[in-house]
Write a protein that binds this ligand. Structure first.
Ligand code: CP
Length: 302
């Protein structure tokens, strides 16, 4: 399987997604035997202009398990030549000479696309701006649904929190819109509901969705509850219990449903939920290694 740039969820087709997931499955064997040396002559550059724990470490771990080497700059806005006024484009042109793939998290929507426009090596978007996209998170989220619910067609998913700015839910909505009979429940304060570009996309593809303001109203109707953060300022004037998962509410979630979260969480999931087998958010992070190994292998073959 060959991929080049990975910039937004819309670029994927269902057959490509299934091929990627099969490759991710096969990566489990490589992880179990402690990795491979197959990519020992390949170098990944990480350009992170924003903080990260999971995305950065899981890409590093994925490349290490493939046997490749890693160049990384943390807080690139402070610790790279951006401090001297270097443009993103110039940085990317230079890093093209040092590595075989660039993984970039940028503070502006469209940052990864700008990088890809001047890059002859693959660029992977690790999150761009507030309200941009985070396609690799969405791919590992979809892979988690595929593994745990066993089907993506027909899945019913509640996305909860700040949907207007949340790049993970935005990318995941685009991916889910490619499957049949999916039902999307958008649970957010009115001011933080899904933006029009997603609504237009879903309407164009005749995907069922509804907008609600209280998770408790639909908890017993869904296969997946995908929680995201509401910042303290976004909680002002709203009832936080409408966007909160705790032990008592878990009693209404169907037995085979799961709770997901891209993490980091703030206080939208009570720690008492962690011990429930339906809490899938730490398994998601494990799946992220497999999916990112598959992505790296695909772009390095491309
Ligand atoms: N889920 C996610 O993107 O986490 P990080 O910000 O820690 O990378």
């Amino acid at each position: 399987m060959k991929l080049h740039h990975v910039i937004e969820s819309q670029q994927f087709t269902v057959p490509t997604l299934m091929e990627l997931f099969n490759l991710a499955d096969s990566m489990e064997h490589i992880v179990a035997r402690g990795g491979t040396g197959d990519y020992s002559n390949r170098i990944m550059a990480l350009l992170f202009y924003e903080h990260s724990t999971r995305t950065r470490f899981s890409f590093e771990s994925a490349m290490a398990r493939l046997g490749g080497k890693i160049l990384a700059t943390e807080s690139a806005n402070q610790f790279s030549s951006v401090m001297h006024g270097e443009t993103l484009e110039d940085t990317v042109r230079v890093v093209n000479n040092y590595s075989d793939v660039i993984v970039i998290r940028h503070n502006e929507v469209g940052g990864a696309a700008r990088a890809a426009a001047v890059s002859s090596i693959p660029v992977i978007n690790a999150g761009d701006g507030k309200g941009g996209q985070h396609p690799t998170q969405a791919l590992l989220d979809l892979y988690t649904i595929h593994r745990e619910i066993k089907t993506i067609d027909g899945v019913r998913i509640a996305m909860v929190g700040n949907l207007a700015d949340g790049r993970t839910v935005r990318s995941l909505a685009y991916l889910l819109g490619k499957f049949d009979r999916v039902k999307l429940y958008f649970i957010a304060p009115k001011a933080l509901q899904m933006k029009q570009d997603i609504i237009d996309y879903l309407q164009h593809h005749e995907v069922w969705f509804t907008e609600e303001e209280d998770l408790r109203k639909i908890i017993n109707e869904v296969d997946v509850v995908y929680m995201t953060r509401l910042e303290p300022v976004q909680r002002e004037g709203v009832d936080p219990t409408h966007f909160y998962m705790d032990g008592p509410l878990m009693r209404y979630l169907p037995k085979k449903s799961i709770v997901m979260h891209p993490l980091p969480r703030a206080n939208e999931i009570s720690p008492e939920v962690d011990a429930d087998p339906r809490a899938a958010y730490f398994r998601q992070t494990r799946n992220g290694i497999l999916v990112r190994m598959a992505l790296l292998a695909s772009v390095l073959e491309g």
